[in-house]
Design a protein around this ligand. Structure first.
Ligand code: HEC
Ligand code: HEC
Length: 417
């Protein structure tokens, strides 16, 4: 009798189905992981919007998998379907131990809840003959929430009494009370530095991370001075896990900014009133008198208006001592060391007058260029070196970065005075 090759194949198939060799191991869940990928927030969460993908290690010989999504400690709510390896998210050819991924469905109704998932590897050539083996370990993950919304009319101004109400839309936060996070505006808000897996409920001072009651949709606090003049805030999804404590895995809202009404008064005016700015801005007004405070210090060499005029001094004058090498490297405007005209005297001016002086260069872009990049200003807030080899104390905020940040906030706010 002549047996066709197709016939041989059929016989083999039946044999394989009958024999169904026991698989070496159970698959090991890979994504999402209960313990998270170190330093990667959200690695223990699954989001329907994200494609709801689960991954585990492939077991050599497996032709099907049964992926069960279950209520914690309960039965599979997704029907525990048998899925062929061919339905996997395509990747490199399968080998033992390689990660294999599948898109799972049926999560929409579980948003905001914890679920368990587990998987079995199965052998066999058809769904009806498939035999499933050892079960993987059980993994608890959360199904992420859709983003919350901050109403349009939530104030972006911090009132004088600094009492601020944060508000957002409600959420089906089944077992995860929201976490309110308030940071100084200049804080880096990539998730990783904030949600350290070591202690996500703490943020670097003066920032705040406050665990709220379930279903809370607003929270009022009195901001500390250290958080002025501007903050950013968001609401996050954090949970207590039995095996690893509290972890935050997702921001429910985007970051929202809030600032004091008069940034100039709270942030920039201090600097204008400091000796490092005032001395130079008083030098011409005090007729280059030695020992005028603020103005030229008692030990200063005698100088005069002629010497201050760079054009008559062949671009030297004050610069013969205060060389360009004594200016900060930051800033791309170098007017050369000299004192401003007496009309720019900062002494005894009201905050409003100082604010007008700060706006004097005109357009926001001109003000921006001047305050951000003039080396004389940056010298006062971030350098302070003088010709005799000493370094004078700096004008607040004693950091070019922070000074520039305050300037940007004020300009963004429309340069209010
Ligand atoms: C080495 C001297 C020097 C120091 C120090 C200095 N300035 Fe000036 N500043 C000038 C000069 C000179 C001008 C005039 C503009 C020009 O001629 O380019 C000026 C102009 C200004 C103006 C424009 C005022 C107007 O009415 O147009 C502002 C604002 C200003 N400075 C702010 C500051 C601040 C703030 C500091 C301290 C952080 C500071 N300056 C430190 C020399 C100085
Ligand atoms: C002979 C060298 C020399 C010349 C020329 C000179 N300076 Fe100075 N300047 C110094 C030294 C040294 C200091 C540091 C003094 C101290 O220890 O406070 C200084 C400090 C300053 C300060 C800082 C004061 C403060 O409290 O922030 C200003 C402003 C200043 N000089 C302006 C001028 C101006 C404007 C001119 C030109 C008209 C000028 N200097 C010319 C040597 C000089």
């Amino acid at each position: 009798m002549r047996v066709s090759s197709a016939g041989v194949f059929c016989i083999l198939l039946v044999l394989v189905a009958w024999i169904s060799p026991a698989l070496a191991t159970a698959p090991t869940p890979v994504r999402p992981l209960t313990n998270g990928i170190p330093g990667v927030p959200g690695s223990d969460a699954i989001s329907p919007g994200d494609g709801a993908m689960v991954s585990f290690t492939h077991v050599a010989g497996a032709t099907f998998y049964r992926i069960c999504l279950a209520d914690p400690g309960g039965a599979c709510f997704n029907g525990n379907p048998l899925v062929s390896v061919n339905q996997r998210v395509q990747g490199p050819p399968l080998t033992q131990g390689l990660t294999i991924s599948f898109i799972v469905t049926g999560l929409e109704a579980r948003i905001g809840q914890s679920i368990d998932w587990r998987v079995r590897a199965c052998t066999g050539q058809t769904a009806t003959t498939a035999q499933c083996q050892e079960l993987s370990e059980n993994q608890t993950v959360i199904v992420l929430l859709p983003p919350a919304v901050i109403p349009e009319n939530v104030s972006q101004i911090i009132p004088v009494n600094q009492s601020v109400t944060f508000q957002w839309t409600n959420h089906p936060l089944a077992n995860a009370p929201p976490q309110l996070i308030v940071l100084p505006d200049w804080t880096n808000t990539r998730l990783q530095p904030i949600f350290t897996s070591a202690n996500p409920t703490t943020v670097v001072a003066p920032g705040l991370s406050i665990a709220l009651q379930p279903n809370t949709t607003s929270h009022t606090i009195t901001l500390s001075d250290a958080l002025k003049p501007a903050i950013k805030w968001a609401v996050a999804n954090c949970r207590n896990y039995p095996n690893k404590g509290r972890r935050c895995s997702q921001l429910l809202t985007p970051w929202k900014k809030m600032r004091v009404a008069n940034i100039f008064m709270f942030q920039l005016a201090f600097t204008f009133n400091e000796r490092r700015c005032q001395s130079c801005h008083a030098a011409a007004a005090t007729n280059f008198q030695i020992g005028a405070i603020p103005g030229l210090p008692a030990n200063h060499a005698a100088v005069n208006a002629t010497m201050n005029n760079q054009s008559t001094q062949n671009n030297q004058g004050c610069r013969s001592c205060h060389t360009d090498a004594l200016l900060p490297t930051l800033g791309n405007i170098n007017p050369g060391w000299h004192a401003p005209p007496a009309s720019m005297d900062f002494r005894g001016k009201s905050i409003g007058q100082l604010c007008q002086m700060a706006r004097a260069p005109g357009s926001p872009s001109a003000v921006f260029r001047h305050l951000m990049n003039d080396k004389l200003i940056l010298w006062a807030v971030g350098d302070g070196r003088v010709p005799n080899g000493t370094t004078l104390s700096l004008a607040s905020p004693s950091s070019i970065e922070e000074w520039r940040h305050a300037v940007v906030l004020w300009i963004e706010a429309g340069m209010p005075c």
